[in-house]
Write a new protein. Structure first.
Length: 308
């Protein structure tokens, strides 16, 4: 068959050839589609399982992150624990020092065991504050060395200077009792200005709702922090547990809580020992100084007062 004959054949059978090509193409497409369906059916289960496994792995990772905030300390609420009245009993001090938490130990100055307690805390790199006796509305301070309502400015400044000279590693002072003093704005201004001049700070134990420390600090542009919770106003285990739970709730809601307990309370000691591991998992126990070293927007007010 020559080329001319082939051409004649193609012209005469053009429609038949076109139909044949279409049929062959369709057949090949059907074969390809069928092969794809078979492959998908065979592998769908594997693909589905793999996808489910990935989802489950992601879910578990997220769950672990939520359960274990230790992966990012910045996400943990801050817990500032202060133990007051150090200086009376070295045995109880040693027991509290065994608790694996960052505790701010507040020493009452010039008691028979105050300096020994101070040196013991220094030697073990513990956090130390000055727990300064001040006159109460209800009774005179039981400590001979204290700030009295009749003290003039020079006497108050001298007493503060003397105490910090004896315990130089302390940077923060909080009040021991002192409802009569902290509710007097003029006296609080004297105290805050002296502390500011010496690069030290005041923490209000808040022994009275009538405290003027916050107002005085705001007017002077000096940062003042205040207690949120007393653990052992009622010195029994049930009450202490209740107050500790309140402290946890405040920390969870606000991101920070400031709590005071007392070194003479065996119940506080017991509860803190029992709860220390759980507390460390959820909260970051910190040096109280951290609160004062944060940026203070009021600081410029202090500078303006100096300019007057």
């Amino acid at each position: 068959m020559n080329i001319e004959n082939i051409s004649i054949f193609l012209v005469k059978n053009k429609i038949k050839i076109t139909i044949l090509v279409i049929l062959i193409t369709a057949f090949m497409a059907l074969i390809l589609l069928f092969s794809s369906l078979v492959y998908i059916r065979q592998n769908a289960k594997k693909l589905n399982v793999s996808f489910k496994e990935k989802l489950e792995r992601i879910r578990k990772e997220n769950l672990m992150k939520n359960k274990n905030p230790l992966n990012n300390n910045s996400l943990k609420p801050e817990f500032y624990l202060i133990i007051d009245d150090v200086g009376y009993d070295n045995f109880m001090l040693e027991e509290f020092m065994k608790i694996d938490l960052n505790i701010n130990f507040a020493i009452i100055p010039f008691l028979p065991k105050s300096l020994q307690s101070y040196q013991k805390l220094i030697s073990q790199d513990k956090i130390i504050m000055l727990h300064f006796p001040m006159q109460s509305k209800h009774k005179n301070s039981i400590e001979k060395f204290h700030i009295n309502i009749n003290d003039n400015e020079l006497a108050i400044r001298t007493k503060i200077g003397k105490a910090f000279k004896e315990y130089p590693n302390t940077k923060i002072m909080n009040n021991h009792m002192g409802s009569l003093i902290t509710s007097n704005e003029d006296i609080m201004k004297i105290i805050l200005i002296k502390l500011k001049e010496d690069n030290r700070y005041f923490f209000d134990s808040l022994t009275t709702k009538e405290s003027m420390s916050g107002k005085a600090g705001k007017n002077l542009g000096i940062r003042v922090e205040q207690r949120d919770i007393f653990l052992d106003n009622e010195n029994n285990e049930k009450a202490i547990i209740k107050e500790l739970e309140r402290a946890k709730q405040i920390a969870r809601m606000k991101g920070v809580v400031k709590v005071i307990g007392h070194i003479w309370s065996k119940n506080t000691l017991k509860i803190l020992k029992q709860e220390s591991e759980n507390l460390k998992q959820e909260f970051e126990f910190k040096n109280l100084l951290n609160l004062y070293e944060k940026e203070d927007n009021n600081e410029s007010a202090w500078d303006r007062n100096l300019m007057r």
